[in-house]
Write a protein that binds this ligand. Structure first.
Ligand SMILES: C[S@@+](CC[C@H](N)C(=O)[O-])C[C@H]1O[C@@H](n2cnc3c(N)ncnc32)[C@H](O)[C@@H]1O
Length: 525
């Protein structure tokens, strides 16, 4: 039953889905299956190493991080021979006969595989031409399904683990995951969830022998009333859960892990309180303080009230708190050292600072430009490495929203938890250490250095700041006070006695990103 088969790379899965979606609807099911099979069987195979057993002893279905070759060849050749593209309506037929639904499911598996293969794999996969070639409905379905699987990965894998004697291959696990997620969390009839999954298993030689197993597991879950409530400690990867438990205690670790199961609302940062009040009702919003409105709306934000006027931008409440800790900055000079896509640059500019926005990524700086243009705000944009950016000026405010593991952003990007490795945290902590040292010299005497990361890991927050204060005795911590928490848009319990903010995802009703924020001031030596 296990480990003797490999699975095709995710880009081939996306190619297969794209290709099938382009076939004329009149093409027979048998022909579609033949095309699909020919793609899969010509696909480069990714190594399918047995999943590792982490220290906790439970099997992990995570993949090893492997760089996959891009796939084009065969799929492109077949695509070139197809009839003119005729997209069906962008709705998803989730019945077991629906090829649109089948394509979307194949694409979802491609996205899941991409997300588990490397950090940012999901974001890259959704911009690949194969994925973009799908219809709007297929893309939306595939994305939603993949994100749900990633959000529930720990829970789904726990079910698979309990119902199999040996860990199935990654391809079989992916099929089981999409089957289970449909049964548990999607508006798909149980029979369709089972039959589409079994059909997908049947379509490829490496999964065909397991269709009986897949059928039995999915039917067994349905017979027993569906998926049971998740166990917090099984929702996140073992090693991260253990870290959270060690850092914040078991209750907080459970609270953090449960936030994986909640879909986050959309938070908007406003230019001014007057703008927020003016759009609050149309946006069905709740004022969270610190110029953040939490909107109950769903869908395309470009259609929401105030978007075209540029009076707000999307930014999690916790991220907005980074600038809020500075209080009044009217007339001050500020440099945002890791600025893109510009959420905090816009806050600094909207509050009257003269801003230099620096980032080393040309592509990401384009987003800063676009955002500033839409919001009619201005900043001097510089493309440079913040570590060795040559600028003799010193600033009233230096903001270092440093590159980090981003484990705090899992509500929107559940893949970060599964693609991050312990070694990434150590590497990023080194980068943050160097960036902090370089940032220190850019602060005027009497000025402020705000250090933040959207990570839940102490090495990227508390430990970093304590070490910085030991190295830079001319700096001290400006203690944040729980009494001002509401003005800063920070839940009082996220402000620690040490004087920094450690925002945990469950510390706000409806959730917030995990963030660490410290305000440091330079007194002169
Ligand atoms: C956490 S994001 C910043 C988010 C941003 N502050 C905002 O609020 O929209 C980190 C940014 O740091 C940039 N970055 C990473 N290393 C850098 C370096 N050495 N110098 C400058 N920018 C860097 C990345 O390109 C990325 O845009």
């Amino acid at each position: 039953m296990h480990e003797t088969h490999e699975r095709p790379t995710y880009s081939f899965m996306l190619s297969a889905a794209a290709l099938l979606s382009k076939l004329d609807p009149s093409v027979s099911g048998a022909y579609r299956r033949a095309v699909f099979q020919s793609i899969l069987e010509s696909a480069p195979m990714a190594p399918n190493k047995p999943p590792s057993k982490p220290s906790g002893g439970k099997p992990s279905f995570q993949r090893k991080l492997v760089k996959r070759p891009p796939s084009k060849g065969m799929a492109a050749k077949i695509a070139a021979k197809q009839a003119p593209i005729k997209h069906p309506e962008p709705t998803i037929d989730t019945s077991d006969d629906g090829d649109i639904g089948m394509n979307a499911r194949i694409a979802a598996m491609g996205l899941i595989d991409a997300a588990l293969t490397k950090r940012s794999g999901f974001d890259e996969a959704v911009t690949r031409s194969e994925f973009l070639a799908l219809s709007d409905g297929e893309r939306a379905f595939a994305r939603a399904m993949a994100l749900l699987v990633l959000r529930r990965l720990g829970q789904l894998d726990h079910i698979i683990e309990k119902r199999t004697q040996k860990t199935p291959s990654a391809a079989v696990c992916d099929l089981l995951r999409i089957g289970l997620v449909q049964i548990g969390f999607m508006n798909v009839p149980d029979f369709a969830a089972v039959s589409t999954t079994v059909k997908l298993a049947e379509r490829a030689s490496h999964t065909r022998p397991f269709k009986g197993l897949i059928n039995a597991i999915l039917r067994g879950v349905i017979r027993e009333g569906g998926l049971l409530a998740p166990i917090a400690s099984r929702l996140a990867p073992d090693w991260l859960y253990a870290r959270w438990k060690g850092a914040y205690g078991e209750d907080n670790a459970n609270g953090i892990a449960y936030m994986l199961t909640e879909e986050p609302a959309t938070d908007l940062s406003f230019k001014s309180q007057a703008d927020l009040e003016a759009h609050k009702d149309a946006l069905e919003g709740v004022d969270l303080g610190g110029l953040t409105l939490r909107s109950a709306l769903r869908g395309d934000v470009r259609e929401w009230s105030g978007y075209n006027d540029g009076v707000w931008w999307v930014q999690d409440a916790a991220a907005a708190a980074v600038v809020n800790v500075l209080g009044d900055i009217t007339g001050k000079t500020a440099i945002d050292l890791c600025a893109a896509p510009g959420g905090k640059t816009m806050q600094l500019a909207a509050r009257g600072a003269t801003v230099t926005a620096l980032d080393r990524s040309k592509n990401r700086l384009k987003r800063v430009e676009e955002n500033l243009e839409r919001t009619k705000l201005s900043a001097d944009i510089q493309m440079a490495d913040a570590e060795n950016y040559e600028d003799s000026r010193q600033f009233d405010v230096v903001l270092l929203d440093a590159p980090c593991s981003a484990t705090g952003t899992f509500r929107r990007q559940p893949d970060v938890l599964w693609a991050t490795r312990p070694a990434d945290i150590a590497k990023l902590a080194d980068v943050q250490h160097r960036l902090l040292d370089s940032a220190a010299g850019r602060v005027k005497v009497g000025g402020d250095l705000v250090y933040s990361t959207c990570s839940l890991e102490r090495e990227e927050g508390e430990t970093q700041v304590l070490a910085f204060l030991r190295r830079h005795t001319d700096f001290s911590l400006v203690k944040l006070s729980p009494e001002n928490a509401a003005d800063m848009g920070i839940p009082a319990e996220s402000i620690r006695p040490e004087g920094w903010a450690r925002l945990l995802p469950h510390q706000r009703p409806g959730g917030q990103d995990g963030f660490f924020i410290a305000r440091l001031t330079r007194q002169g030596s």
